[in-house]
Design a protein around this ligand. Structure first.
Ligand SMILES: C[S@@+](CC[C@H](N)C(=O)[O-])C[C@H]1O[C@@H](n2cnc3c(N)ncnc32)[C@H](O)[C@@H]1O
Length: 204
């Protein structure tokens, strides 16, 4: 969607606030029930291995709200640098931190304060030192050019109105030899403009 169409269809600030409010609820009250799957049952459904989860604090798992499993595309290698775009409560970032080990580094980026608070608390609880959580937008990643070997992202691009901007930021941050391991939702039919204007359809 280009800027002009996006401007005409919806207010970006209003949309971001609605999405933040939805995911704030997933962070602070994960058991209230949402119209999408969350938490450990979701992780099991998506094929996360028990061994990946056993050292991850429950607080990072219970607010997981992804759409797939970025590690199903391959486990990450020791020493790699990883950016987790839209890291939420940090489950994938913490799994990545175990895979890349002490010689690797992980930066989780999210726009929702309550998700980041949870991710930072979980990293501290797990005693993990190779993960850092930064507040920011996927469309303006707070990461330097060519830093990452791999970008992971789980259920976030579908929430960005300007997907090309999100993807070009991923390309900017990746090394030339870098790779994407992302999971998201693809629609196979054109979404009508009337649908794009409905914020409730975006926040899910
Ligand atoms: C569906 S949740 C997935 C969270 C996490 N990846 C997981 O698998 O549990 C989407 C997350 O993306 C964040 N988010 C949505 N749009 C974003 C954007 N444009 N920039 C940064 N974060 C965004 C939300 O705050 C939320 O934490």
């Amino acid at each position: 969607m280009n800027e002009k169409t996006e401007d005409k269809l919806l207010d970006l600030g209003e949309l971001r606030e609605a999405i933040k409010e939805e995911y704030k609820q997933v962070a602070v009250d994960p058991n209230q029930g949402f119209h999408f799957h969350t938490g450990r049952p979701l992780a099991v459904m998506l094929g996360y291995k028990e061994e990946w989860l056993e050292d991850i604090p429950e607080s990072a798992i219970n607010s997981a709200a992804g759409t797939g499993n970025p590690f199903s595309l391959g486990e990450l290698k020791p020493g790699e640098r990883v950016v987790d775009v839209g890291c939420g409560a940090g489950m994938d970032s913490l799994i990545a931190s175990q895979m890349v080990g002490a010689a690797g580094q992980v930066i989780g980026v999210d726009m929702t304060t309550e998700m980041l608070d949870k991710a930072r608390t979980s990293a501290q609880e797990a005693g993990v030192e190779n993960v850092e959580f930064r507040q920011g937008y996927g469309e303006e990643l707070p990461v330097e050019d060519g830093w990452a070997d791999v970008i992971i992202s789980n259920g976030v691009l579908n929430l960005m109105p300007d997907k090309m901007k999100g993807l070009s930021e991923m390309a900017r941050v990746l090394k030339p030899s870098g790779r994407l391991q992302i999971s998201d939702i693809i629609v196979q039919k054109t979404v009508p403009d009337s649908g794009k204007k409905q914020i409730d359809l975006w926040t899910g």
